[in-house]
Design a protein around this ligand. Sequence first.
Ligand code: NAD
Ligand code: DAO
Ligand code: ZN
Length: 369
Amino acid sequence: MDVKAAIAFAAGQPLKIETVQLQPPQAGEVLIEIKATGVCHTDAFTLSGADPEGLFPTILGHEGAGVVVEVGAGVTSLKVGDHVIPLYTPECRQCKFCLSQKTNLCQAIRTTQGRGLMPDGTSRFSIDGKMIHHYMGTSTFANYTVLPEIAVAKIREDAPFDKVCYIGCGVTTGVGAVINTAKVEPGANVVVFGLGGIGLNVIQGARLAGADMIIGVDLNPNRRSLAEKFGMTHFVNPLEVEGDLVPYLVDLTKGGADYSFECIGNVNVMRQALECCHKGWGMSVIIGVAGAGQEISTRPFQLVTGRVWKGSAFGGARGRTDVPKIVDWYMDGKINIDDLITYTMPIEKVNEAFDLMHEGKSIRTVLTF
Ligand code: NAD
Ligand code: DAO
Ligand code: ZN
């Protein structure tokens, strides 16, 4: 079938809206009509060329919501008409990783997904006979896309697509890092570095968890009022701190953070995030994705004396199990998504959405079809 898609033909070039050809879903796959998709920092990271896994040409987008319109042979957990959120981290419930219950990093389709292909090693997308790569297994910058059944979360039908698409990445990543990865407890002191689309969700996760002090750190003073609305109790702009940021934060938290979260992708900030943690127990969670080839460092004594460094992908969430619950939290008013969606615009304006992100003028732009 012909579908409308925003294509990234090469790194660093604007996306082009084109009609592309999409093959029907194969065994174990479903065809989804995408109704809305968020534009995330990670799409921009891949488009920039800094992503070591970046493949071109490709159809970006990994934060979508839509409706199942066709199912391939053998699909049992989804049917035509189901409302769904595509998952860039699948949940097969059968692989060693899923069965361990220690991680959300299902490996069932990892190899082919990393090569921009469906599990059978081919792509469903092409243009004029030339193959186009899938992106993160999702490619939501198209009005129709194909996904493996194990990479699709079924959600309730009354949830608005143009809001809950954000649960496909940013909301789950931020809230999940607090609840699943760090397991923040009531009364904890939390420091969040970077108050963008991820960091603001860490803030609301910390509030949900009952944290006491929630300190937000950002160079952009415009992030302050929104972060306060989401539960931030103290704002720190590193440009306004005299001397080193780390001792300033240790002082502010009366000994160090119980938990810190790096939501930028800056390896120098990752070090600050670890070192502002409390001696003996403070845990720092890396969420930000650093550029290809970059490395983190600290004095090993920071770890010897009890600080813990962890990482979190997709908020530690098992998508098919956890995403429908997060949709319920939104529908029940427990989490706020609406105030994080700065703009909603048609897919044709996808390059404008990237510009707004780079200029720091949007938390999230949602594209509709
Ligand atoms: P964003 O651009 O919306 O937000 C980043 C924020 O950091 C901005 O507000 C910016 O002003 C601030 N900032 C930049 N440099 C700073 C510094 N030196 N000190 C303090 N603040 C600084 O980005 P986002 O969409 O929130 O994504 C954040 C990171 O999370 C990215 O690296 C993204 O790729 C990554 N990410 C990770 C996962 C995961 O599963 N681990 C999922 C999605 C996104
Ligand atoms: O299993 O090795 C693996 C890959 C897991 C990918 C997790 C991606 C999370 C970070 C990228 C940002 C996503 C928007
Ligand atoms: Zn698995």
